[in-house]
Write a protein that binds this ligand. Sequence first.
Ligand code: HEM
Length: 198
Amino acid sequence: MPIAARESAPCPEETLTRLLRRRTSDLHARLEASLDLLSRPVDRQRFVHVLGRFYGFHSVWEYAVRRHAGLRSFQETRTRLPHLRRDLAGLGLDEDAIARLPPCAAGAEPAGCEAGAVGSMYVMEGSTLGGQLIARALAGVDWLPEGGLSYFDPHGPATGRMWREFQDWAETRAPPARRDAAVAGARRTFEVLEAWLT
Ligand code: HEM
């Protein structure tokens, strides 16, 4: 379900997340199509692979974001690494196998400056919205670990509230003068993910 293409003209009262959505919708649609996670039958090996690659991304990207003192504490509350460890263990990987998963070196790139890192956080927090759809599509699949794959739906029923909190927080972290840098960070995040995941 690709996000509808938005008009490209800038609007002075646009919120940061609306701007980011408008300026990345092409890359979201491309990643969603190339990931192709929802085609049937839903293949266990494919999800093991994709979650392992997400693990490699988060294990670099989260620490790159935390290098910015103003972002650290918020990012720590949204870490997805425990979800990935739990899901991968539920799919049969032991601790050693998880520790051996290759890190995504390019995962640090989108978080080079603070505004860019905020843009990249938009991408990863936003993925919890589409992730709910993925979690719902997986329900009932026979190889699913108990409780499902929490990476895709880390906030559960709190998703809407967590998203609104992120939107308000992000607005304070990327002032208007830094919005182009935030857009660049968000776009780079989608590009790095597409190259790494697909
Ligand atoms: C099969 C894969 C995916 C599907 C089916 C999917 C689907 C969706 C859907 C339905 C939404 C809500 C759109 C709306 O409110 O109009 C959404 C939002 C979003 N998704 Fe995905 N998505 C997928 C993968 C991803 C991935 C891998 C990422 C990035 C890691 C991502 C990033 C986002 C972002 C940033 C938003 C928020 C857009 C906003 O600002 O409202 N999505 N996705």
